[in-house]
Write a protein that binds this ligand. Structure first.
Ligand SMILES: O=c1ccn([C@@H]2O[C@H](COP(=O)(O)OP(=O)(O)O[C@H]3O[C@H](CO)[C@@H](O)[C@H](O)[C@H]3O)[C@@H](O)[C@H]2O)c(=O)[nH]1
Ligand SMILES: [Mn+2]
Length: 740
């Protein structure tokens, strides 16, 4: 090809409004410097008044806020947006597209229902991609017969579903999600009778399958007749428990299997494999990272796809062209060779309009990751991510190396399917990894609750780049938690994992220095330092309000020139965060909800993550992976749809939230009492304007919590005992403070 004619497979555009943003950010920075100056300058006078300690605390908090704010700027400074050209890919490479292996992970049939898991599997089997080049692997850490049974059913249903999707180009290709869209839109009554007939038929097949699977799930066992139908079930004969069993591996569909490889139209189906790796009590299984590494090895002898897509079991494919999108990046002649992975955002199906729990991670997905991309690439977030097998299996980046997409050796020259199955089982055994580099230098990293982030970072530190692709039609849709506690626990795991990375061998603060760009280092640090925010935020939610009660000002009074930088930062950042949120597609109320969750995470999840990490550093604690539930009771779902906050149980996390909320309520009511009784308006508080505003803000944002404590009657409210406990704690704090 002539160089001048070269048309790339993707292009990268700079985000709009960058200059304006940079100017604004610079002005905020200047104001922050003035705030620091104010605190430094006034230490002496405070010493005289005996307020030195609280003042130093504020100084430390503000130094931290300023520093942390600087880190977060890296994710806003240099945003980029990607555009792949799939038509060019087809023109040039349609006949030499690489094999793609898709890994789906599941771990617990109770909180990850098998019917949901197979919907994800079916959605990825139906990608718009040559089926003989597609292999789908389901890793089941639950080792569940029911999940296996569901996959077996799916392998039959796929024979109808895959051709149906391709024939009518339906979207999305998760049957459950697709049938839902059909109910939602009236447009399905087309004159196209062919389509209507097939739709009715396939829907019937699906509903029947669904009820069989749900029955088995309810009964927690598979019937004898079903067990006899497939030899795969015999592998459960030696099964003793989820933590103690042999490797169970079954190739359910394969092009080399003459009896079972084609769909109803006679076309080859994607390869489909079930894997429950061996588990033994004496071996640590390393959670999802362990599952992924077993899949990497097993798939290497079954299909050995050069590109790997990994999705969580609740993340169905919502866009049948995603593989082609990703390949545009990998196969681009000029830049493709340096790209190790293509990450899609985590989007969710069940987020309500005003996103009560901030689960949509809107600003992270729509803004911050684009910022990371501008500095060398986004983080790997464990799902919706395409990898080159070679970079995942620890190959160092080499600028001269070009991937040969063409070579495709037949893995099955000699062996037959059963031999391959037997051989693969060995690769998924517990002892296989002993004295190897797996989990260290090979595959996903072990020992961190966010195996994904640390793995992505180590890949980037080897010189690889990554790409963030956020298509208009979302690539994947998952299930977000529908209760506050679940959200807080999930964030505890994430923030704890990220915090551990900071102290790990791969610390973005020092190890990555000189290996990835400085901007990306800052970006990683801003995530890794999430937990450290707990201390200054707690400080800010307690002391200014308590001092308000005592009538002692901690901020400049409204008429002082020092008030200006405080006001500028507060107003500027509030408006900026609101605009950001709206531009990312959120609503005003969503922004307010997001702010509440922002606060709650800082005072609970991050506090727990912070203390657990410190304990772990001294060897006192071990981190676990608490799997997020993907199901909720009907009542809970109903409240979620109405955007009513779900508490429902007692938890120390809730006690902290309630105590803080009540403490602030008490302080604020005192201000009101003064204002009303003394009748002087807020005049007396002129010198404490900011403290009143801060306290008032904390009361206002906690309204749903007060309702949960005292006003609600449904089962999602906070338990009375908790209300008692936190009231006593809050009053205790206030009283003991008043008398010292
Ligand atoms: O021992 C385990 C534990 C979990 N999983 C699977 O890992 C996935 C993620 O677990 P989930 O409980 O849904 O965690 P989330 O917080 O929703 O997951 C986010 O955070 C994780 C890291 O904490 C990443 O691994 C995920 O990809 C990312 O979506 C699920 O498919 C699980 O089935 C396993 O396969 N084995
Ligand atoms: Mn999940």
């Amino acid at each position: 090809m002539d160089k001048s004619e070269y048309s790339p497979l993707f292009e990268t555009k700079k985000g709009r409004g960058r200059l304006l943003y940079r100017l604004f950010a610079t002005s905020i920075f200047v104001a922050i410097c003035f705030i620091w100056l104010y605190r430094f300058n006034h230490i002496i006078t405070q010493e005289e008044d005996g307020r030195k300690w609280v003042w130093l605390g504020l100084l430390a908090s503000e130094l931290w806020f300023g520093f942390y704010w600087i880190l977060t700027q890296a994710l806003r400074w240099n945003t980029v947006f990607r555009q792949p050209f799939k038509d060019r890919l087809s023109q040039r490479y349609e006949h030499m597209l690489p094999a793609v292996d898709i890994f789906v992970c599941t771990a617990n049939p109770e909180i990850e229902p098998p019917i949901m898991v197979i919907n994800t599997v079916l959605s990825v089997m139906a990608y718009d991609y040559p089926t003989e080049k597609l292999s789908v692997y389901l890793s089941d850490d639950g080792g569940s017969e029911i999940t296996f049974y569901a996959l077996l059913e799916a392998s039959e249903f796929a024979k109808h579903w895959v051709p149906f999707c391709k024939k009518f180009k339906v979207e999305p290709r998760s049957p459950a999600a697709y049938f839902n869209t059909i109910i939602d839109s009236s447009s399905h009554f087309q004159s196209d009778t062919d389509f209507d007939n097939e739709l009715v038929a396939i829907k019937k097949l699906y509903t029947e399958m669904e009820s069989r699977i749900e029955n088995a799930t309810k009964l927690k066992r598979v019937s004898k007749e079903v067990r006899l139908k497939h030899r795969g079930f015999s592998q459960w004969d030696s099964y003793s428990s989820r933590r103690d069993h042999d490797t169970i591996l079954q190739i359910l569909l394969h092009k080399k299997d003459p009896n079972n490889s084609k769909d109803v139209d006679g076309f080859i189906l994607p390869t489909l494999v079930y894997l429950a790796r061996e588990k033994r009590p004496q071996y640590h299984h390393n959670f999802k990272a362990g599952a992924m590494n077993s899949l990497l090895r097993v798939s290497s002898i079954i299909s050995n796809g050069k590109v790997i897509l990994n999705v969580d079991c609740d993340m169905y494919s919502n866009n049948s062209e995603s593989i082609r999108d990703a390949l545009c990046f990998f196969m681009d002649e000029a830049k493709g060779h340096e790209i190790a992975f293509v990450q899609s955002p985590q989007n969710f199906e069940n987020v309500t309009k005003n996103d009560l729990y901030g689960s949509a991670l809107l600003v992270i997905s729509e803004l911050e990751f684009h910022g990371a991309d501008g500095f060398g690439g986004p983080l790997y977030v464990g799902t919706g991510c395409f990898h080159k097998r070679e970079s995942l299996c620890e190959m160092k980046f080499n600028d001269d190396y070009r991937h040969n997409w063409k070579s495709e050796d037949d893995l099955f020259k000699e062996a037959n399917l059963q031999e391959i199955e037997e051989k693969s089982k060995g690769l998924a055994s517990c002892s296989y990894e002993e004295n190897t580099q797996w989990g260290k230098e090979m595959g996903l990293k072990y020992g961190c609750p966010v195996e994904d982030v640390i793995t992505g970072l180590s890949i980037q530190s080897k010189g690889w780049k990554s790409v963030y692709y956020n298509p208009p039609r979302k690539a994947f849709l998952g299930v977000a938690s529908t209760s506050l506690l679940e959200v807080l626990i999930q964030h505890k795991r994430w923030s704890e994992g990220d915090f551990q990375i900071l102290f790990s061998k791969y610390s973005p603060a020092w190890y990555a220095f000189g290996k990835i760009s400085f901007g990306l280092q800052m970006g990683y640090c801003s995530y890794c330092l999430w937990p450290a925010n707990c201390l200054p935020i707690l400080y800010y939610s307690i002391f200014p309000s308590l001092y308000l009660l005592k009538g002692i000002p901690l901020f400049p009074k409204v008429s002082s020139p020092w008030f200006i930088p405080f006001a500028y930062v507060i107003i500027g950042e509030t408006i900026c965060s609101l605009l950001e949120f709206l531009f990312c597609g959120g609503t005003f109320k969503g922004w307010w909800n997001n702010l509440r969750i922002w606060l709650y995470k800082r005072t609970t999840s991050y506090l727990y993550a912070f203390s657990d990490t410190i304990l772990k550093l001294f060897g006192f604690s071990n981190s676990v992976f608490i799997i997020t539930s993907k199901v909720s009771e009907e009542e809970v779902s109903k409240r979620h749809e109405k955007e009513i906050m779900e508490f429902g149980t007692s938890s120390p996390m809730f006690t902290i939230l309630a105590t803080l909320a009540l403490l602030n309520l008490w302080c604020f009511l005192n201000v009101l009492k003064d204002v009303i009784l003394r009748g002087g308006g807020f005049g007396a508080y002129e010198k404490m304007g900011l403290q009143v505003i801060l306290c008032g803000f904390l009361v206002l944002i906690n309204v749903p919590l007060y309702q949960g404590l005292f006003l609600r009657k449904d089962s999602g409210k906070l338990p009375n005992s908790l209300a008692m406990k936190s009231t006593i704690l809050a009053l205790g704090l206030v009283l003991s403070f008043s008398y010292v």
